[in-house]
Design a binder for this molecule. Structure first.
Ligand SMILES: Nc1ncnc2c1ncn2[C@@H]1O[C@H](COP(=O)(O)OP(=O)(O)OP(=O)(O)O)[C@@H](O)[C@H]1O
Ligand SMILES: [Mg+2]
Length: 402
């Protein structure tokens, strides 16, 4: 098998229900998907690793399949991080521009970024993302790139994402034990947004809802950047549990019947019908009305969107979501979920598909995070190589002086 090349990149999404990986190759004008693999998850609860052994076993098998599919090996992976331990916090820095001409340099911007990222954190937490929100020069806001502009003061507003250090190390350990290296961690809703939201939508204001198995991740994007995140501890697995309890059937049977006959509202049932389900512990098969199943799903979905609405209102961003809501994650495939979102949130909604060739097998909201990891990885690599090129140039320039 061929070795990893510089432009080959892999995204590993460790979810509560499934673990999947995509291997891609960056082109100048886009991305080629080389291979992928997906498997059911084990050792993950509500988006957080609870067994390193189980997760690394899954990653090992998954990677073998994906590498066979892609026809090449990879060593490093961009990996998703999620869970209720994730917190978002706004911060800002303020620096005075030195020099007579007061031209803002790259060094000034780096200093502003360093200052804005300096917050007191408990020993068990760390910053995983410093996301630039706005540059303000002498009171003038919405400056896209301050380098080269003139001003006495530069103000930088950032959104910091912090995570539990233990959770970060558990991801790294699971990947390492499987024989790979973490190239970087990236927040699940951030990368799901990057893969599904065109820049115009991000510019206008949009809420992304990744309804997965263990959690629903909410992220608000405005002016092409993420400004708010919240993890809600309700996902598709809760629907399955409710169905199992409500219909007195096993979780496995509940999952099957949810996927086969579930919808988000009784209003979308043209006619009622009876379904045959398998009772628990040898109780035999019996018949239930489809409307009984849908009623259970509807109650939980409505509760979920009510929680989302509360979060959006209390964040203060609800009024800024001009583009509406985009739904991703496996549970967004439940028929009628888009309409329920529109009804409960009073915003237009759509299902978010990754912005890749629609004929590939990974063109699904289930792969939104994994595709986003590749986009994110490409962006970070590009920024780093630009920085390295600049550093090399600077070093060469300095050589002439000393
Ligand atoms: N067609 C479908 N209809 C309804 N639900 C579906 C469908 N396909 C998948 N799901 C549900 O989606 C959930 C899994 O979604 P997804 O793969 O996005 O989760 P995950 O990434 O593993 O979890 P998380 O992000 O919460 O850690 C499961 O609860 C599953 O039952
Ligand atoms: Mg997920």
């Amino acid at each position: 098998m061929r070795e990893e090349k510089k432009n080959v990149i892999a995204g590993l999404d460790i979810g509560t229900s499934k673990i999947c990986v995509i291997i891609g190759k960056a082109r100048e004008d886009g991305l080629d998907i080389l291979g992928s693999s997906i498997t059911s998850s084990e050792g993950v609860q509500k988006g957080v690793i609870t067994s390193i052994n189980k997760v690394s076993g899954r990653i090992k098998r998954l990677m073998k399949n994906a590498e066979l599919d892609a026809g090449r090996k990879v060593n490093k992976l961009w990996v998703s991080i999620a869970g209720s331990h994730i917190q978002g916090k706004d911060n800002q820095s303020f620096i005075s521009i030195k020099g007579e001409e007061q031209i803002i340099s790259k060094k000034d911007v780096d200093e502003a970024l360093k200052k804005a990222s300096s917050i007191a954190l408990p020993r068990d937490r760390e910053i995983i993302h410093t996301l630039t929100q706005d540059y303000i020069i002498d009171g003038q806001d919405q400056i896209k790139n301050p380098v080269g502009m003139r001003g006495a003061h530069l103000q930088l507003k950032v959104h910091l994402i912090t995570a539990s250090s233990g959770c970060c190390r558990n991801i790294e350990e699971s990947v390492k034990n499987a024989g790979y290296e973490v190239e970087g961690l990236a927040l699940q809703p951030l990368v799901s947004g990057i893969s599904t939201l065109p820049p115009q939508e991000q510019e206008l204001g949009v809420a992304l809802l990744d309804i997965g198995g263990g959690t629903t991740d909410l992220a608000v994007f405005l002016r092409e950047g993420l400004i708010f995140t919240k993890v809600i501890a309700v996902g598709g697995n809760h629907l399955t549990n409710d169905i199992a309890v409500g219909l007195h059937i096993s979780r496995e049977e509940a999952e099957k019947i949810k996927l086969r006959c579930g919808t988000a509202s009784v209003d979308y049932l043209n006619k009622d019908e009876y379904l045959e389900v398998e009772g628990v512990a040898g109780r035999g098969n019996y018949r239930v009305k489809r409307s009984a199943l849908v009623h259970i799903i509807q109650m939980r979905i409505e509760e979920l969107f009510e929680l989302v609405d509360l979060e959006l209102k209390s964040s203060g961003y609800k009024g800024l979501i001009t583009s509406g809501v985009v739904l991703t994650g496996g549970s967004s495939l439940l028929p009628g979920v888009k309409e329920k979102a529109e009804e409960k949130l009073a915003l237009p909604a759509r299902i978010g598909y990754p912005r890749i060739d629609s004929s590939t097998k990974i063109f699904s909201p289930v792969y939104a995070t994994a595709v986003g990891l590749i986009f994110w990885g490409m962006k970070v690599r590009q920024e780093l190589s630009l920085k390295e090129r600049l550093d090399v140039k600077l070093k060469e320039w300095f050589k002439d002086f000393f």
